[in-house]
Design a binder for this molecule. Structure first.
Ligand SMILES: C[S@@+](CC[C@H](N)C(=O)[O-])C[C@H]1O[C@@H](n2cnc3c(N)ncnc32)[C@H](O)[C@@H]1O
Length: 235
């Protein structure tokens, strides 16, 4: 597995002229936003989720149906908050790879994984993954899928299916729709603010969308009910 970070752009939609230029500019701005956010992301998450011990991410890693020695990919890995839990699950003989398109996030992540020789970081877009088909036993994505813009969600799902081995699992953790009306409004506002109007559509039909890509899809709600994990198995 390549330990060196690589820069891989997502595919550009096949449209000419200013439309394509503005898509490129938006992507650049989004990356710049995450680069800045990386400086206080961990503190923000600890405050916002009140999960200072990473219990939600440990829950996700524990649900991963893999053995010791497995190869696992964490998509949109951010500051690597999930990687130590994935490492604990696959052990010294396993391989863990974190992918993210933000250089700033990966810079913070690199400090955290220093002591794990079998954990690697790759700088790449979620819509075009630089790995051969069937490379991974499992792919995870924690609190990031709803933030993928437009067509990138479809490209990412196609890529996840491609890089998973037959029978492999995709685990997606997201906040569940809050039952409280005010908190729910804030939840939708966050999605809209991220420019992810499409994410709201995805949210309402996510079981059907995921079933188009995977043989089975199961929803597990975390204790406390604030987050959920969608466990998807490839045929
Ligand atoms: C809210 S953070 C989640 C980070 C991490 N998974 C966690 O659980 O803390 C979203 C991450 O997705 C990354 N991201 C957003 N769009 C992406 C894309 N198209 N390709 C790769 N990474 C992307 C951002 O850089 C950011 O690190």
């Amino acid at each position: 597995m390549q330990a060196k970070a690589r820069q891989v752009m997502e595919p550009e939609p096949q449209r000419a002229g200013t439309w394509r230029a503005s898509v490129g500019t938006m992507r650049h701005l989004r990356r710049a936003y995450y680069d800045k956010f990386s400086r206080f992301y961990d503190r923000f998450v600890a405050l916002h989720s009140r999960d200072t011990q990473g219990l939600a991410r440990r829950f996700l890693a524990d649900r991963m149906p893999v053995e010791n020695g497995a190869s696992v990919l964490d998509l949109c890995t951010g500051t690597a908050s999930l990687l130590s839990h994935l490492h604990a699950k696959v052990g010294q003989d396993g391989q863990v790879v974190g992918v993210d398109f933000s250089h700033g996030m990966l810079k913070v992540a690199r400090e955290k994984i220093r002591s794990f020789p079998n954990v690697h970081l790759v700088e790449a877009g979620a819509g075009r993954l630089p790995f051969a088909a069937g490379t991974f036993d499992a792919v995870t994505c924690s609190h990031a899928f709803y933030e993928l813009k437009g067509k990138t969600q479809d490209w990412a799902l196609q890529e996840i299916v491609r890089v998973l081995r037959p029978g492999g699992a995709f685990l997606m953790m997201e906040h569940d729709v809050p039952p409280n009306a005010f908190v729910r409004a804030l939840f939708y506002l966050r999605l809209a603010f991220m420019g992810a109007g499409r994410a709201i559509t995805f949210l309402r039909q996510e079981q059907e969308v995921l079933e188009r890509y995977f043989g089975s899809v199961q929803k597990v709600v975390l204790p406390g009910g604030r987050s959920k994990v969608m466990i998807c198995r490839k045929h």
